[in-house]
Design a protein around this ligand. Structure first.
Ligand code: CP
Ligand code: NVA
Length: 330
């Protein structure tokens, strides 16, 4: 395999199964080294610009801690207080930052924005979430699945709910690449776009992956290894869309009965943040408004159960993001 040095990390579509496997192996090593107190700083003076047009806890912290562990500098750029988009175009921003930093992380809206940054920057650009893809999240998810089950190949991952957005799209691509069985379990209008399904079916034909699509939760989750869900309304979706969405997604809530239907091997995963209780202002408002005291996309019972891997998954954001930074910069 050729070195990943200098590569952009925009979507897993750009990476071979071998390269994805390499990043997971590297993350596993970096995780073990961190636990053992073994330093892993990069040579030379490196730094990363972190652009966040949407809010974040995990991704921002993972990039900042990873940069620190790699001996790099990091600068957080909040578009509300920088020139980006208002007085300076993406193309100009990319060229300015290329003169000062070693890499750029971007979280924002359309995938075309991060693609444009990458086109104009002559340093690696890493996608920290767009409407279309969230590839660093999938690396953390796959590391977690490998840690729990020992391997990825042929594992069945069922994605419940809003499958046509960043998490559904990225997991479908990742599962197709890694020869997994991926089931979309969602209302038909929330299936990923047909063009992306066709691309993933072509990848699956080469890797031995299987893709399935169903509107029936009981049928979809049978023999699942992983039941995965995400919030029903992502960042940037208008509040007015809640009512329609909640009504459509109710049958896809991950609750004890659904985990039971999946079988005792099944674990629960979620990229987080999650509305699993009423302990946040938004969760409370939504839970009370729509009558879900026990959680929206997942019940508190499942979220807090032993079958839930969500905090291991969240920690793995650090190790996998660090692996991407090291691979593209060293
Ligand atoms: N999962 C994830 O990307 O979390 P943040 O939005 O907190 O970064
Ligand atoms: N689909 C969610 C993912 C958050 C990590 C969002 O875009 O808000």
């Amino acid at each position: 395999m050729e070195s990943l040095r200098g590569r952009d990390f925009l979507t897993l579509l750009d990476f071979t199964p071998e390269e994805i496997g390499y990043l997971l192996d590297l993350a596993e090593t970096l995780k073990a080294e961190k636990k053992a107190g073994v330093p892993h700083k990069l040579a030379g003076d490196k730094s990363i610009a972190l652009i966040f047009e949407k809010t974040s806890t995990r991704t921002r912290c993972a990039f900042e801690v990873a940069a620190h562990d790699l001996g790099m500098g990091s600068t957080y750029l909040d578009p509300t207080v920088s020139q980006i988009g208002k007085k300076e175009s993406i193309a100009d921003t990319a060229r300015v930052l290329s003169g000062m930093f070693s890499a750029i992380e971007y979280r924002g809206y359309g995938q075309e924005i991060v693609n444009e940054l990458a086109e104009y920057a002559d340093i690696p650009v890493i996608n920290g979430l767009t409407n279309d893809y969230h590839p660093t999240q999938v690396l953390a998810d796959f590391l977690t699945i490998r840690e729990h089950f020992g391997s990825l190949k042929n594992r069945k991952l069922v994605y419940m709910g809003d499958a046509c957005y960043n998490m559904g799209n990225s997991l479908m691509v990742g599962c197709a690449k890694m020869g997994m069985r991926f089931t979309v379990c969602a209302p038909k209008q929330f299936y990923p776009k047909q063009e992306l399904i066709d691309t993933c079916l072509a990848i699956a034909a080469e890797t031995g992956a299987a893709l399935e699509f169903t509107e029936d939760p009981a049928e979809g989750v049978k023999n699942a290894d992983v039941i995965y869900t995400d919030i029903w309304v992502s960042m940037g979706e208008p509040v007015e869309s809640w009512e329609t969405r909640v009504k459509l997604f109710i049958p896809y809530q991950v609750n004890a009965a659904l985990m039971e239907a999946a079988g005792e091997q099944a674990v629960f995963m979620h990229c987080l943040p999650s509305f699993h209780d009423l302990k946040t202002t938004m969760g409370k408002a939504l839970g009370e408004r729509y009558g879900f005291p026990d959680g929206l996309e997942v019940t508190d019972e499942v979220f807090e159960s032993e079958r839930s891997l969500v905090f291991q998954e969240a920690e793995n954001r650090l190790h996998t993001i660090k692996a991407v930074m090291k691979a593209v910069l060293e």
